[in-house]
Design a binder for this molecule. Structure first.
Ligand code: COS
Length: 383
């Protein structure tokens, strides 16, 4: 549902203030302790940030994609770990249910996800199935009124906090590709589930990932998403189309933050008797970053509007993800360069963002996967 303009601007202003006043001051602490304080999690729940994209009838804010993207521009203005905490509930952890779940499944899980009481997690990737998601090996064997799950999922975001996994598993062992895959809603306290040790990541400290192991884990047949076998891969792709757009918006937010920090530093820091910002070679870096982040912002807004209007935006979402994640990598690199020595020193936080943004080019589909999606769709449309 489209919010009245005033309500939307109040929401964006309150998220922006929350980011500036409460999250930015905690960035260093969260990175050092690899933990988001409980009072921040509670404040995020209070603000409805876990349920931005969940329809109002299930307790969420029911934002359109265009509105959600604007919130993500604001949430992106701080360490990506904060966004990651609410990211799965708004994206890959809930969208499978919203897009393809049965009414009963929606009613059972979405209200808890919207309030943040249940953290949702998306369990697709495996050790041998990353970009080639359709080759996954985790099995779901039908046994009477149950399925029995066996396999290991890898790098699963928010798994340590998860109450519910959207799990992708092979129900048809005769079918090695995407058509043999089904999606399940698996409650995290089901016997037979165990978690690996927390992954030690390059960046995004405070956002947690780990392996999720299923050993003879028995779930009711009603846990099959939408009650249909063989649809899981398609569900995953639809979820990722949307998720890629959200990540693109976050990239824009982070880029805008880094540009602001770089501009401020360039105007304050003096060398050769004048502020860095007076040097044309510094100006060139600032201008390139500004133009590229503005281009990404426009792409995200246009694609979000097209999605809200009911168009298939698989190609455009992949264009956004590819461009925005590569763009923020270049912006972070220039931010380090503009800050010079300070850019390499932890106290200034710029090197932390440089490491944090590296993930955007990898998860929810690498840049190379986006290229494949874009080119394949172009060829298909022209055939
Ligand atoms: N929306 C709906 N359905 C889709 C779709 C989409 N965006 N993309 C593909 N499908 C459907 C296809 O139509 C096809 O259906 P049929 O079997 O009925 O023909 C099925 O899904 C298989 O598609 P395809 O043949 O294109 O699958 P591939 O195995 O070749 O894989 C890529 C395609 C590489 C694009 C896919 O595996 C992918 O996106 N990989 C990256 C996964 C990823 O992002 N991982 C990140 C981890 S999650 S954080």
């Amino acid at each position: 549902m489209t919010l009245p303009a005033e309500t939307l601007s109040q929401l964006l202003e309150s998220v922006s203030r929350f980011v500036r006043e409460q999250l930015v001051p905690l960035e260093h602490q969260v990175a050092e302790h690899d933990e988001i304080p409980a009072e921040i999690v509670a404040a995020m729940r209070e603000m409805g940030l876990f349920g931005l994209s969940i329809p109002e009838e299930y307790g969420g804010l029911g934002l359109t994609m265009e509105e959600e993207a604007q919130v993500a521009f604001e949430l992106g203005q701080t360490s990506p770990a904060f966004r990651s905490l609410v990211g799965t509930n708004n994206g890959i952890g809930s969208q499978g249910i919203i897009i393809d779940g049965s009414e009963e499944q929606k009613q059972r899980y979405l209200p808890g996800m919207a309030s943040g009481e249940i953290v949702g997690s998306f369990a697709l990737t495996e050790a041998e199935a990353g970009s080639d998601a359709g080759s996954l090996r985790t099995s779901a064997r039908r046994d009477g009124d149950s399925y029995v799950l066996n396999g290991t999922k890898r790098y699963i975001t928010n798994a340590p906090r998860a109450g519910l996994f959207t799990l992708f598993a092979r129900t048809n062992p005769q079918e090695a590709g995407a058509r043999g895959v089904s999606a399940f809603l698996v409650e995290a306290d089901t016997p037979g589930i165990s978690l690996g040790k927390p992954d030690q990541k390059m960046g995004q400290k405070g956002a947690h990932t780990c392996d999720v192991v299923f050993e003879d884990c028995r779930i009711p047949a009603t846990a099959l998403l939408g009650g249909r076998e063989g649809q899981g891969f398609r569900t995953a792709m639809k979820v990722l189309d949307r998720g890629r757009l959200h990540i693109s918006a976050v990239c824009v937010g982070v880029a805008e933050r880094l540009i602001r920090d770089s501009l401020r530093y360039a105007m304050e820091r003096k060398q050769f008797g004048q502020p860095l910002a007076e040097f044309q070679l510094i100006q060139a870096m600032l201008a390139d970053s500004k133009a590229e982040s503005y281009a990404a912002r426009c792409m995200v807004m246009e694609t979000a509007r097209r999605k809200d209007a009911g168009h298939d935006v698989g190609t455009e979402a992949a264009c956004c993800k590819m461009f925005a994640s590569e763009m923020v990598g270049r912006v972070a690199d220039r931010a380090v360069q503009i800050h010079g020595g300070a850019g390499y020193i932890a106290d200034y936080g710029i090197e932390r963002f440089y490491r944090d943004v590296r993930l955007f080019r990898i998860y929810e589909g690498t840049t190379q996967i986006q290229q494949i999606v874009i080119a394949r769709n172009m060829i298909r449309a022209a055939s």
